[in-house]
Structures are given as C-alpha cells and as structure tokens.
Design a protein around this ligand. Structure first.
Ligand code: OSB
Ligand code: MG
Length: 369
C-alpha cells in the first residue's frame, strides 16, 4: 500500500477537571494527532507527548520536530510500512519513543482498516472488555481527596490510583484507606523521590496497596532495586521502562515486581507487546497505563489491555472523566463491573470527528511522501 500523505495536528483539549501530579498541574492536554492517507484509506494515531517535558523529555514540540524533519522524510518513496517492522526501520533515530509510537499507531489503524480486522484481532487480544480504574490527581487536602475518590467509586470504578508527591503522600493515602478499607488502591509518585527521601513512604507498606508506582527517577533502576528490598508492597515501574531490555534488566535486578505498559513510552504497540510477552513468560503482572488520551489513543489502550498478561486494571477511564467533547464520535463508557468495552470495528475502531478536530487544532502540517 502506497502512503500518499501524512498530516500532523497539534491539538489542545480542555480537561473536565485539572489534573495535578508531582510534576505539575494541567487544565488542558496537548498531543499530536497523526493522519496517514493511503489509497483511499485513512489511519489515525496519537502521539502522547504533552506540551511540557514533565513526565518525560519528549514534548509536542520535540515530537513534531523528529516526525517532520527525520522520520516522515525517511518514508518518502517507500512502500507500505508494516507496523511490526516500524521500530527496526527507524533504529537510526534514537529515542523519541512517543513520536514513533504515534506514527506506528496510525499504521496499525491503517492495516486493520485494509484487512477489515480490529486492532484487538490484529494483536490477538483475548478479552472484549477490560478491567479499568481511575487515576486521581493530587487534591487540596486529604478531605477533598476522600470526597473525590468517593465520587469515582459512586460512578462504579473499583480500582483507585492516587497521585502522590513528597509531603502529600502518607496522610492522604491513609485517609483514603481508612474511608474505603476494601478498595483496590495504588499510588503513583512520578519519580518525585530519591532513595533517601523515599524512607518517608514506609508507612504505605501497611496499607495493603496493590503497588507503588515509579517512586524514584527514571534512570534509577539500581536504587529501585534497593527500595524494593525494603518494601513488601510491589514496586511498579512506569517511566523507567522504555524497552523490553529495560524490563528484563529491571526484573533481573529486582527493581520492580509489576510493570505499567504504555505503548507511547516504549515506541509503540509492537514494543509494548514485546514487554507484555516477556513479563508473561516470567509470571510478572502488567497493566495498561494512560496518558489522558483522546478517543484515538484510548481505543489503542483498550485493544492492548485485551492481551492475556494484563492482569491488573488499567488507567483507562471513561471519556467523561477527561473530556466534555472528544475528537472521536465514539465515547467510552464504564460498565457496571468497572470494565470498558474493547472496540471491535476495523483498525482502532473509532471515527474522528472532523469538526471537533478542527476546533481543537492549534497547528497543522501536511507532508506529502
Ligand atoms: O504516570 O501514569 C502516569 C497521566 C499523564 C502522565 C503520566 C501519568 C498519567 C496518569 C493518568 O496517571 C492516567 C490516565 O487516566 O490516562
Ligand atoms: Mg505513572
């Protein structure tokens, strides 16, 4: 299949409520939507890099640069790229995993549409519904946090993740645990601690948490292994795992006992699957992380989370938890058993709402190849 044109859209979507993490507070979310046109078909992908380099070094700006200046020009004159070969084809471009993952997602969508198969079918997903939870941002006080969690539980979410940072950790988590003794609870620090300052987190070990996510810096694999040795609660790595190699090394080092898989963070679905397969062989549970995706990225996350090794609920909430208006016609809703349906139409299984896309677009570029 001949790729004729690739269009990049930098979009900004207002969030239903501000989302605060250890790296900042956001009221809107930026990302890049990537549209590939080929022989009458259209594939969409979402590059999850945000406006600011808070979660990782990648931003909408760096991804735009790397896609338009390096990756897309390398596709000129080539035939259809299989999404599974995409990574190896662009080995010369180091890093920039989110940029690559966005483009790879559009290729998966295109392949699914060309073959009349859903992404779940292409990936051999085994579930038509996946278990999900909600990621709750840092709130003004433990009392408002408990109220916010109560609201999500009332909506039907059965797994709660709390964002924490130094000084806003133990009291908050204890308050939620006291209010909801049975709820499946976990915390995420987004690299806010050092091995030394993480000593403050020891009381969390008594709260029956599912896991403690990414307490230390991204490149602190070794220190994570020392920290894990001090905790009974499993440490889960997010930012630190950018490849299947890192996943293997982290597991061999004892740096974590659970892995959060985000296709964006690891260069695409093909690498996400490689990490899934490695963990499955070793009996290590994984779950699907989120990056406040639009309907496009959410569809991809749901298909990924339908693979058999995704043993824990994903950070994949209903559309209304994030956006009043989405850029897909489809909106994802929560089922009564805290699951969301995996799309079954060809490709990602969602249709982009052109009017909404227009409305949220800040910048656009057409690249003919
Ligand atoms: O660390 O998991 C994270 C959102 C943006 C960046 C990083 C993270 C998150 C979330 C939200 O926790 C998950 C979601 O609901 O999409
Ligand atoms: Mg995380």
């Amino acid at each position: 299949m001949k790729i004729e044109q690739i269009t990049l859209y930098h979009i900004r979507m207002p969030l239903v409520s501000a989302f605060e993490t250890s790296f900042g507070r956001e009221t809107a979310r930026d990302c890049i939507l990537i549209e590939i046109s080929a022989e009458g078909l259209t594939g969409f992908g979402e590059c999850v890099a945000d406006r600011d380099p808070g979660y990782s070094y990648e931003t909408t700006g760096t991804a735009w640069h790397v896609l338009s200046e390096f990756i897309i020009p390398m596709m000129v004159g080539k035939d259809f790229f299989s999404p599974t070969d995409f990574q190896t084809n662009f080995d010369q471009v180091r890093g920039h995993w989110m940029a690559k993952a966005g483009l790879e997602m559009a290729l998966w969508d295109l392949q699914g549409k060309a073959e009349g198969r859903s992404l779940r079918q292409l990936l051999d997903g085994v579930r038509s519904q996946v278990d999900v939870g909600v990621s709750v941002g840092i709130q003004d006080s433990p009392e408002t946090l408990v109220k916010t969690v109560e609201g999500y539980l009332a909506q039907g979410y059965r797994r709660i993740k709390l964002k924490i940072k130094p000084g806003r950790d133990v009291a908050e988590t204890q308050a939620v645990r006291r209010a909801f003794p049975e709820v499946r609870l976990q915390v995420d620090a987004n690299s806010a601690y050092t091995l030394e300052s993480a000593a403050a987190l020891h009381p969390l070990d008594a709260l029956n948490l599912l896991l403690i996510e990414q307490p230390l810096f991204e490149d602190d694999l070794w220190d994570h292994s020392r920290l894990q040795a001090q905790f009974n609660t499993p440490i889960c790595l997010d930012e630190s795992i950018t490849s299947a190699r890192h996943a293997r090394q982290a597991l061999e080092m004892g740096a974590c006992r659970v892995i959060n898989i985000k296709a964006g963070r690891v260069g695409g679905l093909s690498q996400a699957i490689a990490i899934h397969d490695l963990c499955r062989e070793r009996g290590v549970p994984v779950w699907c992380g989120g990056m406040l995706e639009t309907g496009v990225g959410r569809a991809s996350n749901l298909a990924l989370a339908s693979l058999p090794g995704f043993a824990l609920p994903g950070d994949i909430s209903a559309s209304e938890r994030y956006y009043l208006q989405d850029i897909t016609h489809e909106r994802f809703t929560l089922n009564a058993d805290s699951t969301i349906d995996v799309p079954s139409a060809p490709g990602l299984g969602v249709m982009v709402d052109r009017e909404a896309l227009e409305k949220f677009t800040l910048k656009r570029e057409n690249l003919r190849i």
